[in-house]
Design a protein around this ligand. Structure first.
Ligand SMILES: [Zn+2]
Length: 233
């Protein structure tokens, strides 16, 4: 009998293939998950499997409590972090985790990425947030769940779909979106924003943030109720 999760797994597989293709990870680094909200399950990359040999049926389907529903491999070790985000945030349909170089550089420096230019403002209207460093007590608890909690803590008062990315201090990047494809897109955008900001700060360590009016203008024309960027759908 064909798997009822075949389409979800295919989508998650394709989204995972974008990670090495877009230069966001080496070896087995990184992982993408895709949500089937109606069934209450996600499909996620198995732990430690190379992208080049990853097959659609290697994807692991787990429910929102982390119980394996389908698949023979162990799901990504970061699965619990993905699940914390799905459970907390309605409307998120895909989550990505990478250690892409520039984003992780900022995360390791424990610095939010300042909104220096319009490329950044086209995608989010604030600095890319950076979480606090995890406490020793939290590390001793369920590490992956605590990583998710760190992100939720950092997002108190924020709208996750308006700021679909975060740096986890000392660790790496998480991004998300309404779909797994959008979540991967946001991971690529984050890496580019991080690279541009690094260059900016290197050239001018006292570089200024983009003026508030320009931030609003760029964000609104793409995401506001009167958005006019791109073609009408
Ligand atoms: Zn990681």
């Amino acid at each position: 009998m064909p798997s009822p999760y075949r389409e979800l797994k295919e989508r998650a597989w394709a989204a995972n293939q974008e990670i090495p293709k877009r230069g966001l990870a080496i070896y087995t680094f990184g992982n993408v998950s895709a949500l089937d909200a109606a069934r209450g399950v996600i499909a996620i990359k198995p732990s430690g499997v190379d992208y080049a040999t990853l097959a659609v049926d290697d994807l692991v389907v787990v429910d929102l409590d982390g119980k394996i529903v389908e698949g023979t491999l162990r799901p990504s070790s970061d699965t619990a972090t993905h699940l914390v985000l799905y459970r907390a945030w309605k409307g998120v349909g895909g989550v990505v985790h990478t250690h892409s170089g520039y984003a992780t550089g900022w995360a390791q420096a424990r610095l939010p990425i300042p909104i220096y230019g319009t490329t950044h403002a086209d995608h989010l209207a604030e600095d890319v947030p950076c979480t606090a460093v995890m406490s020793d007590e939290a590390v001793e608890r369920d590490y992956e769940v605590e990583t998710g909690n760190q992100i939720l803590e950092c997002f108190r008062g924020r709208e996750p779909l308006h700021t679909p990315m975060v740096l986890v201090a000392g660790h790496g990047a998480f991004t998300w979106g309404e779909t797994p494809e959008k979540a991967v897109y946001n991971a690529v955008v984050l890496e580019e924003i991080a690279r541009m900001a690094f260059v900016t700060k290197t050239l001018d360590p006292s570089a200024k943030r983009l003026p508030e009016r320009l931030i609003e203008k760029h964000f609104e024309r793409k995401h506001g109720k009167n958005a006019y960027y791109g073609q009408k759908k």
